[in-house]
Design a binder for this molecule. Structure first.
Ligand code: ADP
Ligand code: MG
Length: 714
């Protein structure tokens, strides 16, 4: 078996390594009859449905390719509502009746699978006695090989539906939302007469992934990290990220070796990862790919997280993808860079040089702004989770108030739109570096704004509030759907205004008039200042922008009937499918926090308390023996008194948390509110006493690796 990292130190060149383990269009062209290959491409590129005869031929070619590469098993790979991926492996073997086996894989094996659906969250979509669920081949995302040293598995990306046809996964709605957006975007292109040669409009995504790497030995000694993905206890070390010396710093060698191996594995899987660097917090890093069409980018993002987790242990590291693994230093997010592009490769959010003359771009831009303003609650809700609650609004991540940052150039143009006259495009000019040996640099026409949750960055929007451990499928489903709605509205208005035979002049005039109205209506969502500031919170409230502070409030807002109706209208989610997503989100919130609380109690009772009592005994013995020797030790004696006092408060806090977490409620929304209002405060109280104890207990007695060890051991 070939490994992406050769043991002799010679690395396979990237151009042959890239996509090596993918049943890619190039492989298909070699192995499929021409007409079958063309049929399949029409499905992949144009979204045409696939006839069953084709599947048999594709399956046979895929099987041969996989077996030649050492595969013994195949699996349908899907993305249930857990937010992670799922797979059940079947071997390719079939007994041949003569005591041997043949390797078999048919068209129906490729097209449909039937995992038991009963153990996946369905949010009430089906009762357990109707547990049937099917996986269905998604030809738009290529099959690939999963390799470990002694096993190669053929992995087939699929959608996951219930017996009644409802989507039980995150992929099917994403595919539907891409269709919805494509349909509406094409109407706009038709109005502008730019639809020639365009069959579809895709959405594109390039997610930047932040993560932590810490020493694996230390990781295993922290039950909180192992069980919940974050530290539930831990006193702040004297050095955190104050010196700002980690960001973009030189990458520690062990980490770099790990990153390089992650990248090579991902390249073999056809994931175009491009960027690596140190992030703001100590032990925090980032990996980012080149953007792709959303559905593929979303699958690839799941693979990126999986490969990070899988490769890190080979370097004695553990990859932590949780949104807030360590208190007191930055948490991790996932910047979801998003745009729309025609299948001819034209980025519809590219402003081009004389932006003020580019009316079609302005129509797409303002449609997105309108969508974000009208559907801010959905954007807020789709990224809400117990883990992300630690970041949003905490001065390290975008605030929980959804607003749009445009930059000076576009802001200036929208101001002109509002006045009804388009005259100029601000230029950035150049920067003179003042040293003759250095080149003059072109300056962007606007600076960046790190505090905005939804920022225009050159030729795409960057939705920055997505959590680092989250699947990007649902956030992109929401984005595509709300923008589809906006494009629908705009196309309808423009079609009315220009009539059956639009002339370019009429289109321009109608578009400007409509945009003027829309900018007036929706400019309240535009904000270019400091999103972390108190002043913005007050200003946003004056503007009437929703401020949903946490998951509980966000999920409640999602239950409004208008949201379900929107998804239904565009064929993305039925009412039942929509409601089920909210139910699953509530269940996840409640379960995750209950697990965290119970883990705290266990660690508190079985690790921290015994250590603390040992330390207390030490102090008591010291006082006793010192005084027995006839020496006064007033200070140690006073310290003992204070320590005992702190220990009692710690024990009281343990008991209080036990009591809070024992409370149950059949109504999951009410239970979520209880957890937020009673359990979470009890958890922070307990933590504050434990962290205070950590700073006093003898280092050799403290049972958990410290922040200093975890964050600075490289
Ligand atoms: P920055 O965010 O620092 O400006 P880049 O411009 O390199 O950095 O982009 C960051 C991410 O945005 C990358 O993953 C990149 O592929 C992605 N990206 C760039 N253009 C698009 C686009 N048109 N659609 C979606 N993602 C994009
Ligand atoms: Mg970025």
């Amino acid at each position: 078996m070939t490994s992406p990292v050769a043991s002799n130190g010679h690395l396979e060149p990237v151009d042959t390594l890239y996509s090596r383990d993918v049943f890619s269009p190039a492989v298909m062209r070699q192995r499929l009859p021409k007409d079958v290959y063309k049929r399949l491409l029409r499905t992949i590129d144009r979204g045409e449905s696939l006839d069953p005869g084709v599947a048999d031929i594709v399956a046979a070619a895929m099987k041969d390719w996989a077996i030649e590469n050492g595969a013994t098993h195949y699996t349908h790979w899907f993305q249930p509502l857990t937010g992670s991926t799922a797979e059940k492996h079947d071997s390719l073997i079939t007994p041949d009746g003569q005591g041997g086996v043949i390797l078999n894989f048919s068209g129906s094996d490729l097209v449909q699978g039937e995992p038991d659906a009963s153990s996946f969250p369905s949010g009430g979509l089906r009762a357990t006695f109707e547990a049937r669920g099917y996986t269905a081949w998604d030809a738009t995302s290529p099959a690939f090989l999963h390799r470990i040293p002694n096993a190669v598995t053929l992995v087939i990306p699929t959608g996951f539906v219930s017996w009644t046809g409802e989507a039980l996964d995150t992929k099917i709605p994403l595919l539907r939302s891409v269709e919805a957006l494509s349909h509406q975007a094409l109407r706009i292109l038709r109005i502008f007469g730019t639809d020639t040669g365009v069959g579809r409009v895709y959405t594109t995504v390039g997610p930047e992934q932040e993560y932590f790497l810490i020493d694996r030995e230390l990781f295993w000694k922290r039950p909180d990290l192992v069980v919940t993905g974050r530290t539930l206890f831990g006193a702040k070390p004297p050095k955190g990220q104050q010196l700002e010396d980690h960001y973009f710093g030189s990458i520690p060698q062990r980490v770099l070796a790990c990153m390089a191996e992650v990248e090579r594995e991902l390249w073999a899987l056809g994931v175009p990862v491009k960027t690596r660097h140190n992030e703001v917090a100590p032990a925090q890093y980032e990996i980012a790919p080149i953007f792709e069409v959303s559905q593929l980018g979303s699958d690839h993002q799941m693979l990126t997280m999986e490969v990070l987790r899988r490769v890190a242990p080979r370097h004695g590291l553990a990859a932590i993808l949780h949104e807030k693994p360590f208190a007191g230093v930055n948490g991790s997010g996932k910047h979801n860079n998003w745009s729309m592009s025609t299948d001819a490769g034209h980025n519809l959010l590219d402003p081009q040089d004389d932006t003020h003359t580019n009316m079609q771009f302005l129509v797409f831009l303002v449609s997105v702004i309108r969508a974000v303003d009208l559907h801010a609650e959905l954007l807020r809700g789709c990224i809400a989770s117990a883990a992300n609650d630690h970041r949003l609004g905490a001065n390290e991540a975008p605030p929980a108030i959804i607003s749009v940052f445009l930059g000076d150039m576009l802001q200036d143009i929208l101001d002109q739109v509002e006045k009804g006259q388009l005259k100029r495009t601000l230029k950035g000019g150049t920067i003179d570096l003042g040293a003759r040996t250095l080149p003059t640099l072109p300056r962007h026409s606007g600076d960046r704004n790190r505090t905005s949750p939804f920022a225009f960055t050159g030729n795409k929007f960057e939705f920055r509030a997505v959590g680092s451990s989250a699947s990007i499928a649902f956030p992109n489903t929401v984005l595509n759907t709300i923008v589809a709605e906006s494009l629908d509205y705009v196309a309808t208005e423009l079609e009315k205004a220009v009539g059956k035979s639009p002339t370019p002049a009429r289109v321009q005039a109608a578009a400007l008039a409509l945009l003027k109205k829309l900018v007036k209506q929706h400019k309240r969502v535009l904000f270019g200042g400091d999103g972390y500031s108190q002043a913005w919170h007050e200003e946003a409230e004056k503007r009437g922008l929703p401020h949903l502070r946490d998951t509980v409030d966000s999920l409640k807002a999602l239950t409004a009937a208008k949201h379900a109706a929107l998804f239904k209208k565009y064929g993305v989610l039925s009412k039942q499918e929509y409601d089920s997503r909210i139910t699953v989100a509530y269940e996840k919130y409640n379960k995750e926090l209950t697990i965290e609380a119970e883990t705290m109690i266990t660690i508190g009772r079985t690790q921290i308390l015994p250590a603390v009592l040992r330390h207390q005994t030490l102090l008591a013995q010291a006082v006793e023996s010192t005084e027995a020797a006839g020496v006064k030790c007033g200070e140690t004696s006073a310290a003992l008194g204070e320590f005992v006092n702190l220990v009692s408060r710690f024990q009281e806090a343990l008991a209080a948390l036990e009591k809070a977490v024992a409370h149950g409620d059949d109504d999951f929304a009410k239970h979520a509110a209880w957890i937020r209002d009673k359990v979470k405060p009890a958890m922070s109280t307990l933590r504050s006493y434990a962290d205070a104890l950590e700073t006093q207990v003898a280092a050799d007695l403290w049972p958990l690796p410290t922040y200093r060890q975890m964050l600075f051991l490289k």
